[in-house]
Design a protein around this ligand. Structure first.
Ligand SMILES: C[S@@+](CC[C@H](N)C(=O)[O-])C[C@H]1O[C@@H](n2cnc3c(N)ncnc32)[C@H](O)[C@@H]1O
Length: 308
């Protein structure tokens, strides 16, 4: 239905991972074009419920096309999942699916400012009512912060040099558009690999603008409370920092740090990993959808009493 908006990645693996009970309650944390939600709905009976979250107005427009009484759309940041589910009278659910990052639509719609392929205002907000845009990050962050963001979120090799160049450029001219930024980046990109370099820088800025790591951390920390014992956590991520966070949370019960033990030495962690290594897209899917290339899917089951 909304295939041109976004082609859902690893659809079958995600659905299998959710282990859907027809009368259960599920959450699609990242509705986007609704590809995963539409598939989940096929498995639900009239008693089942699906809540779809997305903070983007364009996703809300897609959601309006779904005519199914089991479905409810919530336009909000998923970092507030517990609060919003409570507003809908839901304390616990049978499974949550998260397909992190941005949709193909958000990238392809040049005016949103996520794309390196067309000129637009430096925006990159998923939630267009939020204050911070790419302009804020590029024009107002100090050199040290820029260095950190470019290095950690974008894995940009010459992050320190680039951060200094951005700051010194700002003395004479502010950055307003994506192409103004790209003009500067051209001086620092390795020859022959310019687009990859631009994409890394754009990724770093986008993650910061939308506080993607902060939102993921807050969601994961609520997930144990929101998912019923026996329920499923299904998370697909597209870069190593996210995957590391998800992996650590599933294996250690914490986003950062080591697992805690009780008096008897039992590990205190709310989930059991279903797959030790993350699942990746099949050869066929990789051929058909380049976006599936970096996808890593982790599956976990909520443990009864939180110890193992
Ligand atoms: C990769 S797309 C999901 C695509 C979807 N699974 C499909 O098949 O169409 C990610 C979506 O999640 C939304 N999103 C990302 N982070 C979010 C957050 N913290 N809160 C709410 N929505 C978020 C984005 O706006 C985007 O529409």
């Amino acid at each position: 239905m909304m295939a041109e908006y976004h082609v859902p990645v690893m659809l079958k693996q995600c659905i299998d991972g959710l282990n859907i009970k027809p009368g259960g309650i599920y959450v699609d944390l990242t509705f986007g074009g609704g590809g995963h939600s539409i598939e989940v709905l096929k498995y639900l009976s009239a008693e089942g419920q699906l809540y779809g979250f997305d903070q983007d107005d364009d996703a809300r427009v897609n959601a309006q096309q779904i005519e199914n009484r089991s479905f409810t759309f919530i336009q909000a940041n998923f970092r507030y999942i517990k609060r919003y589910l409570k507003l809908h009278g839901v304390a616990q659910v049978d499974g949550i699916l998260a397909d992190l990052g941005i949709s193909s639509h958000q990238i392809d719609e040049v005016s949103r400012g996520f794309s390196i392929r067309g000129d637009a205002e430096l925006d990159m907000r998923m939630d267009r009512s939020s204050q911070k845009s790419a302009k804020t990050v590029i024009n107002e962050y100090d050199e040290k912060e820029l260095h950190k963001i470019l290095g950690i979120y974008g894995e940009v090799r010459n992050a320190k040099t680039l951060a200094a160049a951005i700051v010194s450029h700002r003395f004479s001219n502010s950055f307003d558009t994506t192409f103004q930024l790209i003009e500067l980046l051209k001086h620092f990109a390795p020859r022959g690999r310019e687009n990859k370099y631009f994409a890394q820088v754009f990724q770093a800025i986008r993650i910061e603008v939308n506080d993607e790591m902060g939102a993921l951390e807050e969601f994961l920390e609520q997930s144990a409370e929101v998912i019923k014992p026996g329920g499923r956590l299904v998370v697909m991520s597209y870069h190593s920092l996210e995957d590391r966070m998800v992996k650590n949370y599933i294996n250690k019960g914490k986003v950062f740090g080591e697992v805690e033990k009780d008096f008897f030495g039992n590990e205190l962690k709310p989930f059991r990993a279903i797959n030790r290594k993350p699942e990746t897209a099949s050869q066929q899917e990789l051929k058909e959808n380049s976006r599936s290339r970096s996808a890593k899917l982790r599956l976990a089951e909520r443990i009864e009493n939180g110890t193992e």
